[in-house]
Design a protein around this ligand. Structure first.
Ligand code: GLN
Length: 286
């Protein structure tokens, strides 16, 4: 009865076609990621195990995963992790899924951190979510004292789990709403990827984002600019003279946001992402 045997190769082919019919992006890659999780394999191992049959439990779990993905749940939430800055981060629907563009924020902050003079440096991440930004930063700068805040306990639980799994003990995590309880100290570097989607644009999002990612991580419920407007008055109070801030910004926002900062006498630089879209704003506090 060989036709009833679901081998790795056969199930990838079947699932790829099924997901393709459901208009899911990258159907083969998706199948491979789901299968790796179910069988506890690395992607490279899939090819070495092409003819390996799946047992009943594996088939059952994989079927459930495929149905969830067909319902547009992001693969990262299904398998519970993703890659960011070369590290594995746990994610769940309490946190935004780390995006490759955000790696640029870490990269620019790191370039600045390498050059900054003085000692006893500190870094702050506002709205840490999964912790991807500050943890990736802390991995490179173990001598820096880091702080991460978020207004969600569920997000902080994931961020702390990620810090522990990546063996980082230089970050203090706190629950704080930055508007209500702004930081009281001064930091050498402040980083933030705030919710920047305007409320009226929420309806245009893909279901993966709209249905599954945390709303408060996506939108400020307003015009998408309220965090930057607040940051332009906050940053001079919480960044040391000579220190800097690095924020992610949304598509089409760079000019407005740059003006928000120049109106407060803060000069900024915009950096583009891999798609050529202005994505990071940074500036030095005098
Ligand atoms: N800092 C996290 C990230 O960049 C979460 C950001 C957010 O929730 N807006 O992925």
């Amino acid at each position: 009865m060989t036709k009833d045997i679901w081998t790795v190769k056969r199930i990838i082919e079947w699932g790829k076609n099924y997901l393709q019919e459901k208009n899911i992006d990258s159907p083969r890659l998706t199948m491979e990621l789901l299968l790796c999780d179910v069988m506890n394999l690395q992607r490279i191992d899939l090819y070495l195990n092409h003819d390996k049959p799946l047992n009943q439990d594996e088939l059952k779990l994989l079927r459930a995963y495929i149905l969830r993905r067909a319902d547009r749940e992001p693969v990262q939430y299904i398998i519970g992790h993703t890659e960011f800055y070369g590290h594995r981060f746990f994610v769940n629907p309490a946190v935004l899924i780390p995006r490759p563009e955000t790696e640029l924020l870490v990269q620019y902050a790191a370039e600045f951190a390498k050059k900054i003079k003085g000692e006893n440096h500190t870094a702050l991440d506002i709205g840490t979510g999964s912790g991807c930004i500050i943890i990736s930063f802390a991995k490179m700068f173990p001598q820096w004292k880091c702080t991460a805040i978020d207004n969600s306990d569920k997000a902080l639980a994931i961020a702390e789990k990620n810090a522990e799994a990546l063996e980082i003990d230089t970050i203090a995590f706190h629950n704080a709403d930055v508007f209500e309880r702004p930081p009281q100290k001064r930091y050498s570097i402040v980083m933030s990827n705030p919710p920047y989607i305007a409320a009226k644009e929420m309806e245009n999002l893909e279901p993966e984002i709209a249905k599954y990612e945390p709303k408060t991580a996506l939108t400020d419920g307003d015009n998408g600019l309220s965090y930057y407007t607040y940051y332009a008055t906050l940053f001079p109070k919480i960044i040391r003279p000579g220190g800097a801030f690095f924020c992610e910004i949304g598509f089409g926002q760079s000019e407005e946001i740059q003006k928000i900062f120049t109106d407060k006498n803060i000069q900024t630089t915009i950096e583009k992402d891999y798609a050529g879209i202005p994505r990071i704003i940074w500036g030095i506090i005098k």
